[in-house]
Each structure stands twice: as C-alpha cells, then as structure tokens.
Ligand binder design. Sequence first.
Ligand code: NAD
Length: 368
Amino acid sequence: MVLRAGIVGCGGISRSHATAYTNLDGVTLTALCDINPDALHARADEHGVSSLYTDYEAMFQEEKLDVVSVCTHAPQHAPVAIAAAKSGVNVLCEKPLSIDLQSADQMLAACAEAGVRLAISHQYRFTPIFQEAKAWIESGRIGEVRSVREVGKGRPAGFELMEMGVHYFDEMDFFLGGIAWIHAQITYQGHEVGAEDIMPSRQLCKTDRRDNGIVAGDTMLIHIRGQSGTYGIMELYCREPRQGWMMGPHILGSEGQLMIKPNPDDGRDEMWYCPFDVSFAAHTPQWERVRFDPEIFMIGNKPWPGRHSIWGARDMVDAIRDNRQPELGGAKALTSLECVSAVYESHFTRARAELPLKDRRHPLVKRL
Ligand SMILES: NC(=O)c1ccc[n+]([C@@H]2O[C@H](COP(=O)([O-])OP(=O)(O)OC[C@H]3O[C@@H](n4cnc5c(N)ncnc54)[C@H](O)[C@@H]3O)[C@@H](O)[C@H]2O)c1
C-alpha cells in the first residue's frame, strides 16, 4: 500500500519533510497547505505536487492522507494536529510539540481518541551516528556514562529552550534512558528571573521570525537527572550565534568520551572519541574522529549524512505499516516539552521538578 503524505506549513523545515516523503519507498507526497501562496507554490514546484490548499481542514477532508507533517510555528501545532486527528490522519509534528502542556495533552488525547499516531520530529536520535554512539555506550566502550552536556546556539535562553533545548532534552532522554527530574536556574540581564521578565518569545528574541509562545530569561543553567542515575547539563546563554561545532552532545564516561558535532563546513555530524574520562588541553591529540561504513547512511540508493527529517519520518512511516507506535509517539511525544515546563517550574519553586509534571498549566502563564 502506498501511503499518502501531506504537509501543513511550507516554510524552511518543510523542504526536509517533502524530500523525506519523496525519497521513502511506498510513500507519495500528495498534498501541501500554506496560507502564504508564495511558500505553497515554491514547495509544490520543487516536488511536482498539484493538490494545493490554503485551508488545512479542507486538505484533511478531501485528500484521505495517511500522514501529515505539521511544519508551522509552535502556536499552530495543536489546532492543526487536532484537526488532522479528527480526519483520521497520523501526525508527525515539528518541535516544539506545542506552546504548553495543556494543549499538548489535548493533541495527544485527540490522536488517541481517533486511533491515529502523534509523533514529535526530534530526528537526531534516529540518525546513524546517534544510533552508533548509543551502541558504543551500550557496549561499554566509554565505561559508565557520567554526564551529557549541551550548549545553545547563542540566542536568548527562553527562546533557545524551545528551539534547540527541546532537541537536547530528547538527546538526554535517548542517552540517559529517560528523564527523572530537572533543576534549573534562570537569569535575565544579570538578575534572577521574576514574573516581570515573562514575555512573548518574539519580544525576547527579535532576530528570529519563529513564535515560541511565552518565555523568560536570557541565561539558563539546567541540571537534568536521567532515570539511570546519570545526569545531563544544558547551558543556554547569549553570544555570537554559531552553528557548527557547538551543537551536539558531549558524553563523558568513566573510561572515555564521545562528541557528536556537525562540521561547520558541511553541516554533517562527526563523532569523535577520546580515551580519557576527563580531557585537558594536553589530551587534544588523543581525540580521534570515528569513521563509519558509508552504508549506514543509506536510505534507498542515497546517502543521508546530516540530521535530516527523513530519519524520523521513516520511523513514522514504518510505525504505520507495522501497526505500532512510533518511537517518539504516545506519551514520549510529550517528554521534551514536559522538560521545558519543568525548567520554569524548578526555577520559580527553587526545587527539583519531577517528570511528568502534575500541574499541566504553563508555569509562566500562571505567574503572570
Ligand atoms: N526538527 C528540526 O530540526 C527543525 C528545524 C527547523 C525548524 N523546525 C520547526 O519547524 C517549525 C517551522 O519552522 P520553519 O523555520 O519552517 O518556519 P517558517 O516560518 O519558515 O515556515 C512556517 C510556514 O507555516 C505557514 N503557516 C502559518 N500558519 C499556517 C496555517 N494556519 N496553515 C498553513 N500554513 C501556515 C507560514 O505561512 C510559513 O510558510 C517550527 O516549529 C520550528 O521550530 C524544526
């Protein structure tokens, strides 16, 4: 059976979803929707799609889709996903899942009620290098994992938390075997964040077009406790934006370290290994790049060496065919957003925030 895929929101990330659906076996990119006709036609022309919509409800009613990628900004994720569920369409939703847990819970409930899947598009964990890193860890190659560290791209922390932070939480969930609790401290312009510092994400980060709802703080230090007892550390602070080497996990084990970082020249992930539990400048020559069999990057007859959406989309498509939940489906779809709320809850209560949170209200909105 050929699966019929659609996309709502034809901006930047939709290119990656469209390419995924046109390259996965047994899937056809059937229909596209965007309220902006220029964006809609640009993506349609690239992929030869002729069923085009400016109203997603109409697309769901007319197209009998099997799966839709929700590629709008965060505030529109819940209404689009709920409409898709009501039409019996499986949902692959871009991150962040939504702007708060209450609407995310409604998305999950609507999908469960309709008997369709809801998965979040944190594609990193599905990529071959992340899978290899996990296999190295499980084989004992770096001993016992002590910590996983991540640093933001340099945008104000409240904004960055919803951008890269949610990806990093998913990495932590992947490498730490689940997340137990979070302890965080947040500052804004040098002082501890209070209710007066809560603001819309577009006010906090004027240099990015995306809308991430209500946020707070320009600096965050986040301590993440894994279910396995090991921990993660996330540092988000303002500096000159840099892509490249900053973005990716640094995993310290009792007998060695791993780093997965995208090379700034081509954006492709590289995995590096060092045979020390903690390294100093003198150990620099000991870091070595791990080379992989090029075969592991192949889907069909093409290599996919970056953090392409195809890796997560493939899991969703396989889940539909195999009649199972996707790896990041069901309650797992909520984890990274749950962590965002836990960061704010922990900061304001000055205590650990255990997952899942009992109070589903937005921790910032309730303090306004
Ligand atoms: N997983 C990743 O690695 C990754 C990477 C980039 C972006 N993203 C996420 O993808 C989402 C989209 O980001 P982007 O950079 O592509 O944004 P974008 O601004 O480039 O595109 C969003 C598109 O949605 C359209 N849109 C808005 N409301 C709509 C509606 N009601 N119906 C149909 N279309 C509508 C807009 O017209 C626009 O074309 C964000 O949530 C972002 O965080 C994820």
